[in-house]
Design a protein around this ligand. Structure first.
Ligand SMILES: Cc1cc2nc3c(=O)[nH]c(=O)nc-3n(C[C@H](O)[C@H](O)[C@H](O)COP(=O)(O)OP(=O)(O)OC[C@H]3O[C@@H](n4cnc5c(N)ncnc54)[C@H](O)[C@@H]3O)c2cc1C
Length: 387
């Protein structure tokens, strides 16, 4: 079997890449190898679903500026055979809140966001209290509210991208990549667990938290590690005004969900590894105190459900690595290291990789600075402020 592009991993990133490659005017055959079509351990269906433009790096803001309107049109644009692709997009807004010491940084980011056309409102302590009266603001210096951001259902996004890519001719194969065959600075084929081989013109590594293992098959050492993070569902009997997706500098992040709320407190202290165990003490000891300190209505809240999932954490600078292993295997592309933002940026990154492979250069958003070379060159390209 032969394919112009073979994609390893069919999560949100791999499926988006497949869709944009097939939607590109230049025709190419696309094969996605996904070992688990139920996506039991994949990160995408375990994501919180937040989509926001509140970043500091221009690339991230532009990726959101493209991806969020894409999600707003998703239901109709990704429809297949007249069947709408609902993703339950809720334009509930985002709110970043910071203590006085971080206000200058927040304001700088706010100016950058405004310069990129984002609808953002800077709120001082009083403005925060006036807008969200239930929130305890005594320790806060300011916040930035982005009313056009929101959240959606990650599983539906994945299925919608996958089905549309398939409808456009991408082939999804249920198998596991166990090896990569190379010669003369190029990947020539992927070897599958079933024993089959797929010859490839180019290979994209979109294996998320497993991306490092795929790179290791050709001796490419990348600083991407699996990092467990919990998403909790909790409720409160007491009324709170409608809330946006709230994030603070202590990494508390949550949003409304059904009758309750969904969110958590990811920590970089988490040991790296493929760990899906649940420590129910984490909600009690870390998440609940953070919630109760921000909203008195959460004083008596209880964890109703906890779902563990993995970040594909880039230990170098927590920004994704997008692009080829230039100078080594020029047709081997990495799209991983999203460190918590992969779902929201899947459309923008999918379009970018399609341009890079089929046009030979980024056309719409220049992601050169997110390429691999910054790692060996020791030039981190990190988000500032809350991530
Ligand atoms: C709790 C939690 C909350 C999050 N919240 C958000 C959020 O609010 N917003 C946001 O944008 N992002 C969020 N994220 C991050 C987001 O989930 C990821 O960045 C994104 O899903 C990555 O997509 P992916 O396709 O790269 O990875 P995955 O969805 O993990 O897909 C990778 C696929 O590769 C397959 N695979 C691996 N190895 C092989 C192999 N050898 N052969 C074949 N297939 C293979 C796996 O089976 C898997 O299906 C969150 C993550 C977690 C864990």
């Amino acid at each position: 079997m032969q394919s112009d592009v073979v994609i390893v991993g069919g999560g949100a990133i791999g499926a988006a890449a497949a869709y944009f490659l097939r939607a590109h005017p230049r025709a190419c055959s696309v094969t996605v190898i996904e070992r688990d079509p139920t996506y039991q351990w994949a990160s995408t269906p375990r994501a919180s679903g937040g989509v926001r433009r509140l970043f500091a790096l221009p690339e991230n803001i532009e990726l959101s500026n493209y991806s969020i309107p894409f999600f707003e049109r998703f239901e109709t644009d990704m429809a297949v055979g007249g069947e709408p692709a609902a993703i339950n997009f809720k334009k509930g807004g985002y709110l970043f809140i910071v203590p006085p010491g971080a206000v200058d940084n927040l304001r700088r980011n706010f100016e950058t966001q405004k310069a990129h056309g984002v609808n953002v409102v800077l709120l001082d302590q009083k403005g925060l209290k006036d807008t969200f009266p239930s929130m305890i603001v005594d320790d806060l210096g300011a916040g930035v509210h982005s009313p056009d951001d929101g959240w959606l259902d990650p599983h539906s996004v994945l299925q919608g991208l996958r089905k549309k890519a398939q409808a456009l001719g991408a082939q999804f194969i249920n198998d596991e990549v166990v090896g990569l065959e190379t010669s003369e600075r190029a990947v020539r084929a992927v070897t599958l667990k079933s024993g089959r081989q797929v010859r490839a013109g180019a290979v994209i590594n979109a294996a998320g938290a497993w991306a490092k293992d795929i790179c290791a098959m050709v001796g490419w050492q990348v600083p991407i590690e699996p990092m467990r993070r919990y998403e909790h569902y909790f409720e409160t009997e007491e009324k709170i005004e409608p809330l946006p997706y709230i994030k603070d500098v202590n990494r508390l992040a949550f949003r409304p969900e059904g009758k309750g709320y969904s969110g958590g407190v990811p920590t970089l202290d988490e040991p790296r590894g493929f760990n899906f165990d649940i420590d129910h003490g984490y909600f009690e000891q870390v998440v609940w105190p953070a919630l109760a300190a921000r909203f008195p209505q959460f004083e008596r809240t209880k964890e109703k459900n906890t779902m563990p999932g993995l970040y594909d954490q880039n230990e170098f600078d927590a920004s994704p690595i997008i692009g080829p292993w230039s100078g080594h295997l020029d047709n081997f592309y990495l799209m991983a290291g999203f460190s918590g933002h992969g779902l929201m940026h899947a459309p923008g990154c999918g379009r970018a990789i399609a341009e890079l492979i089929l046009d030979g250069a980024f056309r719409t958003i220049d992601l050169t600075r997110l390429g691999w070379s910054r790692v060996p060159d020791g030039r981190p390209y990190a988000e500032t402020g809350i991530i």
